[in-house]
Design a protein around this ligand. Structure first.
Ligand code: CAO
Length: 430
């Protein structure tokens, strides 16, 4: 078939008139595929891509960005084959639009079908499919972090339009919460996808299996639990003297007692005093399940990521025994020898960064627990005692709690009690 030059005109765009051209995706001489987007129009309600009616070479571009065009306006000329087939399949009113009389010897025109409104589909109904969209729409979707394969295109032949992407994001934002008051999908914008390599050298390293698992749990807990963190300080000067003495006594048995063993025991007594902290919400979210046992999880930093083994029946164990178990559990975690059962059944968690540094942080609650204690590094501070500043060893404490279950007054009472016990560890014996 001989190649012909044909006009491309704006299809029937309904009542819209003088619609501005906001983007032209091709230039003269470009070879375009059938259905490739040529330009984008923007009305006050929608953005529409005008696709090539068939494959060919763009010979002329009759409009520029900012021009206002209407149904029937000439936008480009194209040289290609197969136009008659395409024209035959287009809607008759558009296909017979006359060529403007001002043009001498006009080439035959090609019409583009009417552009349709966009359709967004909620997440649940979507299945992966190959998406069909112009480069500008792909770029737009990428900027919003939208996966185009999740969108059913509402444009010609299922093309994804800008409107489709916008409606998809709106639908995601308006998703209802799941039953039980726990949001199944959060109404947040997707994260934009950034090509970091544009700004400098990068290296991409996959997350470890543990990081992926704990990351998903941390994310869920952070976004579904209303967290508050109560900070406090405990004067552990006397405790340190006692701890050092104990360490001398237990050195022969190979037991090293760190402040964490005391914190573990002190937390247990605080849980006995404040049972709401030793509890979980049930699945309905309407009842608090109070636990009569005291199993406390301890976050362990391993090369593979964070793990939380559980020290069981803390109320039945002394400081030396707890120190020994802590060392064994953290060694097992770091050697990847921790069975899943050692990480189950916890009532409350402790995250200690005391061996590293820093003062105060916001630990994330380990659901379905309702509180977690963050412990930072003890440092010497001047404390005003009986008319004078004296050096005391001060331990920073950060208690994050689930505000649906625990109120601020209870949290302040909990940390105050904890600080008292740590300041005078004889209370652990009470
Ligand atoms: N203040 C001052 N010194 C402290 C301290 C504190 N609060 N806690 C521990 N130390 C000291 C210890 O006494 C020990 O001193 P020496 O080496 O002089 O004897 C040193 O710091 C190292 O202690 P440790 O870290 O080996 O032992 P631990 O019992 O304190 O902690 C464990 C054990 C497993 C909790 C810890 O090794 C760990 O992994 N911590 C990180 C937990 C974590 O990543 N939490 C964040 C979770 S959210 O991402």
């Amino acid at each position: 078939m001989a190649k012909e030059i044909k006009q491309i005109i704006v299809p029937d765009i309904g009542d819209y008139k003088n619609v501005p051209v906001i983007e032209i995706m091709v230039k003269v001489g470009d070879t375009v595929a059938a259905e490739q987007s040529l330009l984008t129009l923007e009305t006050d309600k929608a953005t529409m891509d005008v696709p090539a009616p068939f494959a060919g070479v763009i010979k002329e571009i009759k409009v520029k960005v900012g021009d206002a065009i209407s149904t029937g306006s000439l936008i480009m000329t194209i040289e290609g084959e197969g136009a008659s087939t395409i024209v035959a399949s287009e809607p008759p009113p558009v296909a017979t639009t006359p060529v403007p009389a001002t043009q001498a010897a006009p080439p035959p025109h090609v019409a583009i079908p009417s552009l349709t409104p966009a359709t967004a589909i909620p997440h649940g109904e979507l299945t992966a499919r190959k998406s069909h969209a112009s480069p500008s729409i792909r770029k737009f979707a990428r900027e919003l972090g939208v996966d185009l394969s999740r969108i059913k295109g509402g444009g010609i032949k299922g093309r994804v339009t800008k409107n489709d992407v916008q409606n998809f994001v709106k639908a995601a934002l308006n998703q209802p919460q799941a039953a039980g008051g726990m949001p199944g999908g959060m109404a947040v914008l997707p994260m934009p996808v950034i090509n970091f390599a544009k700004f400098g050298e990068i290296e991409t390293r996959p997350l470890s299996r543990i990081q992926k698992i704990s990351g998903a749990n941390l994310h869920r807990n952070w976004v579904t639990i209303p967290h508050i963190t109560q900070h406090d300080e405990a004067d552990i000067t006397e405790m340190e003297i006692f701890r050092k003495k104990l360490n001398e006594e237990y050195a022969a048995q190979g037991i090293k007692i760190t402040p964490l063993a005391f914190v573990l025991k002190a937390v247990m007594t605080a849980l006995q005093q404040f049972p709401d902290f030793n509890a979980s919400l049930d699945a309905s979210g309407e009842n608090l399940v109070l636990k009569k046992y005291f199993h406390i999880g301890v976050a362990v930093d391993t090369p593979e990521g964070l793990m939380v083994p559980v020290v069981r029946d803390v109320e039945q164990k002394g400081i030396a025994q707890l120190a020994k178990e802590l060392a064994e559990l953290s060694a097992k975690a770091r050697d990847k020898k921790l069975p899943a059962t050692d990480m189950q059944g916890g009532c409350f968690s402790i995250s200690s960064l005391g061996g590293i540094g820093g003062s105060f942080f916001t630990p994330i609650i380990n659901a379905p627990e309702v509180a977690i204690l963050g412990v930072s590094k003890a440092t010497m501070k001047p404390v005003y005692v009986e008319g004078a500043f004296v050096p005391r060893l001060i331990l920073p404490l950060s208690l994050s709690y689930d505000h649906r279950v625990i109120d601020g007054a209870a949290a302040a009472r909990f940390t105050t009690y904890l600080a008292q016990v740590l300041a005078d560890v004889r209370r652990l014996a009470l």
